[in-house]
Design a protein around this ligand. Structure first.
Ligand SMILES: O=C(O)CCC(=O)C(=O)O
Length: 265
C-alpha cells in the first residue's frame, strides 16, 4: 500500500513541471521503492494522457494584457510590463526566497539534478501551497498572459549573489533530443517565459538576448516575458538569453515557465 501523502507529493511535483524520470529516481534512490513499485505508482496517477495534437497557434494568439508593451522584433513576441509588482510584493518574495534557496541546476537528458559552471546562481521553488503571496502572484501572471493557470510550472525565484550568472541558454527543450523526450513527456514543450525583477541592480545583472541585441537592466517590479516558440510550435532561436553577473549586490528575479498541455483539466 503506497502512503497517500507520498502520492500527493508526487502529484504536486508533476503538476509543477517535474519530469517523470527524475521523480522515478527520487522514488527508487531516496525513498527506497523498487522499480516496479515506482512504475506502478507513476503509471496509475489520475493524469490526462498526452494530447494527440497541440494547437501552438493559441499560444501565439494569447490575450496579453494591454498594460504590457511589446518590444518589437520581427518573428519574436517579447513584452515589457512596468510596475507589474509593487515594492511590498517584491520585498516579501525576496524574504521568502532567501529562506529556501538551493543551488541552481541545469537540464540534462536523464532529468537528474545536475550542477554546472554554466549556471552559478541559486533557486527557490515557490509552491503556491506554501505561501499565500505565491498563489496570488501565480494568478496575476496567468491573467497578464491570458493563459490557463494549470499550464504553469512551479514559480521559481533565481538569486544571483555578486559575480553569479547564467550563461546563454534558451528555455525551450531542444527538438528531437533525449532531453526533449524526458522533459516533455508530462506537460509538453515550454511555451512562454515570464520573468519579474524583484530588485534594482546598480551595475551588471542585465538579461541579454544576443540575437535581438537587447539588454535589459533589472528594475524592481518590471516584468519581461516572451514566447519561446513560433506559431507552429517550433523553437524560436531569437529567445536565446543570458543573465550577466551583478557586480556588487544580489539580484533576484522570478521565473515562471508555461507548458503546452496540462496533466489535469
Ligand atoms: O536572471 C535573468 O536575467 C535570466 C534568468 C534566466 O534566464 C533563467 O533563469 O532561465
Amino acid at each position: 500500500m503506497i502512503d497517500p501523502s507520498l502520492t500527493k507529493i508526487v502529484i504536486e511535483g508533476a503538476l509543477g513541471g517535474s519530469n517523470k524520470k527524475s521523480i522515478r529516481s527520487c522514488l527508487t534512490d531516496m525513498i527506497g521503492m523498487t522499480e516496479d513499485q515506482a512504475d506502478d505508482l507513476l503509471n496509475n496517477l489520475p493524469f490526462r494522457k498526452k494530447p494527440f495534437f497541440i494547437n501552438y497557434l493559441k499560444f501565439y494568439n494569447l490575450r496579453i494584457t494591454k498594460k504590457a508593451k511589446r518590444i518589437y522584433y520581427p518573428f519574436t513576441q517579447i513584452y515589457q510590463y512596468d510596475q507589474f509588482l509593487n515594492d511590498r510584493e517584491c520585498d516579501e518574495l525576496v524574504t521568502v526566497a532567501n529562506r529556501i534557496t538551493r543551488k541552481s541546476s541545469v537540464s540534462n537528458p536523464e532529468g537528474k539534478t545536475v550542477f554546472s559552471e554554466y549556471r552559478t546562481s541559486s533557486t527557490a521553488d515557490m509552491k503556491c501551497t506554501d505561501n499565500k503571496i505565491v498563489g496570488w502572484i501565480d494568478i496575476l501572471i496567468a491573467k497578464a498572459l491570458g493563459i490557463k493557470e494549470n499550464l504553469g510550472e512551479t514559480l521559481q525565484i533565481q538569486k544571483y549573489c555578486a559575480g553569479e550568472y547564467y550563461k546563454e541558454h534558451h528555455d525551450y527543450f531542444n527538438w528531437n533530443t533525449d532531453e526533449h523526450k524526458t522533459y516533455t513527456e508530462w506537460m509538453g514543450q515550454r511555451t512562454w517565459t515570464f520573468m519579474v525583477y524583484l530588485n534594482d541592480v546598480e551595475e551588471g545583472g542585465e538579461t541579454y538576448f544576443k540575437h535581438l541585441g537587447l539588454k535589459i537592466k533589472p528594475k524592481k517590479g518590471t516584468a519581461i516575458f516572451w514566447n519561446n516558440l513560433n506559431p507552429i510550435g517550433i523553437p524560436n532561436k531569437n529567445t536565446m538569453h543570458e543573465a550577466f553577473p551583478p557586480i556588487s549586490e544580489n539580484k533576484y528575479v522570478i521565473t515562471k515557465w508555461w507548458r503546452s498541455w496540462s496533466l489535469i483539466d
